[in-house]
Design a protein around this ligand. Structure first.
Ligand SMILES: [Zn+2]
Length: 361
């Protein structure tokens, strides 16, 4: 570096008064005031905006919490996965380094602040920008709705966010034409289950909805109300069974009639309701993997709420991302016929081994 650094930190210092070193710091450090720390973080944030058109979305302290709120971002978001780096690396490769002296940088690099959890002195950052705005407000709504959905699910519609979701789904329904699905859809059955029930893998009836008495709560269906879950590919259908290594029969099916689809995979940002539906699709309200324990399981309540909204608005199906395969997506038919052969024709059946789920970050 040549010449004098542009910035000089000379104001009186909070650390000096508190006699406390910066967090996670060892060795000598310069006294730094709170204002100087804010200014440094503002400049760093502008640099990230200019280099990545993005911002810090979480740090090592709030990474798990971010992932719990936004499971689809952590699972599917290539940007989120690839743009994580040490705070030191980020600073050394930005123009911030030209604005301060080496001694100042050696102190300030220990004072990077996470804008999400406000922890000072973070060592690792993830750079990612949601496509919708005001993530903190939506995160609070997610937390509240997961509690309401568990304790008093019938009162969910009192929550402004849930009302907004309903309003936007209704608005979308007014614009959504019925379309013929491009290509086949796939449905898998475990060979063991098919054999135990004395069913025939080559019969289309084997891939229909189970009887109401056997239908438990699912991601979109209430207990006792069967919906038909279909996948975009043979591999996704097999992975969705959640029995890696086990053999299964996968039927390729053709849906005869056009359907009105609420698309939560490719949400056009020019259509009404983009912000709220994109947030829902990426969040724990819709995209959490099923876990036997832990708070994420509660999100099935909200996805069933979405299905109710979609059905009432006139949609026949919802298209949503697979929580098993990164590149896979699924359809759920909201009111399938009891007899699958009335609405679909069987193209082929293949026996495959169920693949393992994609790695979760
Ligand atoms: Zn954080």
């Amino acid at each position: 570096m040549t010449g004098e650094p542009i910035r000089k930190m000379t104001t009186s210092c909070g650390y000096d008064e508190r006699s406390a070193p910066p967090p996670s710091f060892c060795g000598p450090y310069l006294p730094v005031s709170d204002d100087e720390i804010e200014t440094f973080n503002d400049i760093l944030s502008d640099e990230i905006d200019s280099d990545f058109t993005s911002s810090i979305c979480c740090c090592e302290h709030c990474y798990s919490d971010f992932r719990e709120h936004w499971p689809d971002v952590a699972f599917r978001g290539e940007e989120f996965q690839s743009q994580n780096m040490d705070a030191d690396y980020l600073i050394e490769n930005s123009r911030v380094i030209q604005l301060y002296s080496a001694a100042e940088i050696s102190t300030l690099k220990h004072l990077v602040k996470c804008p999400r959890c406000l922890t000072l002195g973070v060592r690792k950052v993830w750079i990612f920008e949601h496509r919708f705005s005001d993530a903190p407000t939506i995160e609070r709504a997610i937390e509240q709705l997961l509690v309401v959905g568990t304790r008093t699910p019938f009162l969910m519609l009192e929550h402004p966010f849930a009302l907004e979701v309903l309003r936007n789904i209704r608005q979308r329904a007014e614009l959504a034409p019925a379309v013929r699905l491009k290509g086949a859809v796939f449905r898998a059955r475990s060979l063991q289950s098919v054999t135990e029930l004395s069913q025939k893998p080559e019969s289309i009836l084997t891939y229909g909805v189970p009887p109401a008495s056997k239908v438990g709560e699912g991601r979109f269906n209430h207990a006792g109300h069967a919906m038909l879950y279909l996948a975009s590919s043979q591999e996704t259908a097999a992975a969705e069974l959640g029995i890696p290594g086990e053999p299964c029969a996968v039927a390729a099916l053709n849906l005869r009639d056009p359907v009105r689809v609420l698309d939560l995979v490719e949400i056009d940002d020019l259509e009404p309701g983009f912000e709220i539906l994109d947030a829902v699709a990426k969040s724990a309200l819709l995209a959490a993997p099923l876990k036997v324990e832990g708070w994420v399981k509660r999100q099935y309540v909200f996805s069933r709420f979405i299905a109710d909204c979609a059905r009432a608005a006139g949609f026949d199906a919802i298209r949503y991302g697979s929580t098993k395969l990164v590149n896979g997506f699924n359809y759920v038919l909201l009111s399938p016929a009891d007899d699958i052969s009335a609405s679909m024709s069987l193209i082929s059946v293949e026996t495959v081994t169920c693949p393992a789920a994609s790695l979760r970050w």
